[in-house]
Design a protein. Structure first.
Length: 382
């Protein structure tokens, strides 16, 4: 991925960060939502105590909204996080992409039973991949078996290690480049209905949107979702490497460890994620989006039913629909949404089946804490 020059935490900055973690600040914005959010506050504090630099969370319940922050948005200056922060939502992008595909089906412009080959001839071929055997539905529910380009060792070395990321954070890559990486590997499985999460599926889904409409997939998301819902903090950036203001700095260890140096990884070229995770949003916008989606504001009943038709996923407590996850919480409550992780940022956005109780949370660090714990706290209590 692409970004500006790295900033490694100095000793003074590390001291400031340690102090912030030892005594996490929590700022809350009053709302009119019924019920308290004490357990959610505790979960947010716990994430910061666990090492997350800062957290921002928004809850929408009925006609009321509650929002809070904890920790810092910039460890170098001590600046707190904002409830209005823009951040990279990563795989939450997939719900937006799937929504557009389903809208196109409702308009008769495509069918979920169409094959990838019909829309993108010759693109899914090689090393056992065969787009003639894969439907659009299998892209959206991750049962295509197509190799996930993020798992390619060369890609990981180039973009996910400290040395590689700092050299290549601003690289320009087209979706065809990502697909070439995927096709150079063998499929994870046959397209037999078994679930294997693959970001390549949504690179392809975005290209299908473009083929069906003649427009960039981001333009279709703008026209069909962002503009009608007035999601003023949401965008599909092309190659912009900075975040809109207000925003916080994003941090990563750039290693499979929670120790060692911490890097400022805020700037990067989001095009390396394309339809699988390119978008930027805010917690308030995400709660509005998922609430509208589950309340039937974006899809006809037939398409929403298809979106909510799930298959077993890699997690025992969740099932995957079409870009939408059905998660059963410890208290038995079901929430629908998606999580997302990208270098320096972890996010989660969910809502109840009626769309009346929604939450979105973001961590500006990717090595510790649990967004799922925040979700559990809000919907299940202590």
């Amino acid at each position: 991925m692409s970004r500006h020059a790295r900033t490694t935490l100095t000793a003074a900055t590390a001291v400031a960060l340690t102090a912030a973690l030892a005594a996490p600040a929590l700022a809350a914005v009053p709302g009119t939502a019924h019920g308290g959010h004490g357990a959610t506050r505790q979960a947010v504090r716990a994430a910061v105590a666990d090492g997350v630099p800062g957290v921002t969370v928004t809850v929408r319940r009925g006609h009321g909204t509650w929002a809070a922050t904890a920790g810092v948005g910039n460890p170098a200056t001590g600046k707190p996080r904002s409830t209005r922060d823009h951040y990279r939502v990563a795989s939450i992008t997939k719900t937006f992409v799937a929504t557009v595909v389903l809208q196109l089906e409702a308009e008769g412009k495509l069918s979920l039973d169409d094959t990838v080959e019909e829309w993108l001839p010759g693109v899914v071929r090689g090393n056992g991949h065969d787009g003639r055997r894969i439907t659009l539905r299998r892209l959206l529910n991750h049962t295509s078996g197509i190799f996930d380009y993020l798992r390619d060792p060369g890609f990981q070395q180039k973009y996910m290690t400290a040395d590689g990321f700092m050299k290549h954070r601003f690289d320009q890559a087209d979706p065809e480049d990502l697909l070439a990486i995927a096709m150079a590997n063998e499929p994870h499985s046959d397209p037999d209905g078994s679930f294997t999460y693959s970001n390549t599926n949504y690179v392809l889904a975005a290209l299908v949107i473009e083929k069906a409409t003649g427009n960039d997939y981001g333009e279709e998301i703008d026209r069909r979702i962002i503009d009608p819902l007035h999601l003023t903090s949401t965008s599909v950036p092309t190659t912009r490497v900075t975040l809109p203001r207000p925003s916080s700095r994003a941090h990563s260890k750039l290693a499979r460890t929670d120790t060692g140096p911490t890097y400022d990884v805020t700037e990067l070229n989001p095009r390396l994620a394309y339809g699988s995770g390119q978008m930027v949003s805010s917690s308030a916008d995400l709660t509005r989006f998922y609430s509208a989606l589950l309340r039937g504001k974006l899809l006809p009943p037939r398409q929403l039913k298809k979106m909510k038709t799930t298959v077993p996923s890699s997690r025992a407590t969740s099932r995957y629909g079409l870009g939408l996850v059905d998660r059963k919480l410890s208290c038995g409550v079901h929430v629908w949404g998606h999580d997302g992780g990208i270098t320096g940022s972890n996010s989660d956005a969910v809502t109840t089946g009626d769309g009346r109780h929604s939450l979105a949370v973001n961590f500006n660090g990717d090595w510790s804490g649990s967004t799922e714990a925040v979700v559990e706290a809000e919907f299940c209590g202590p």
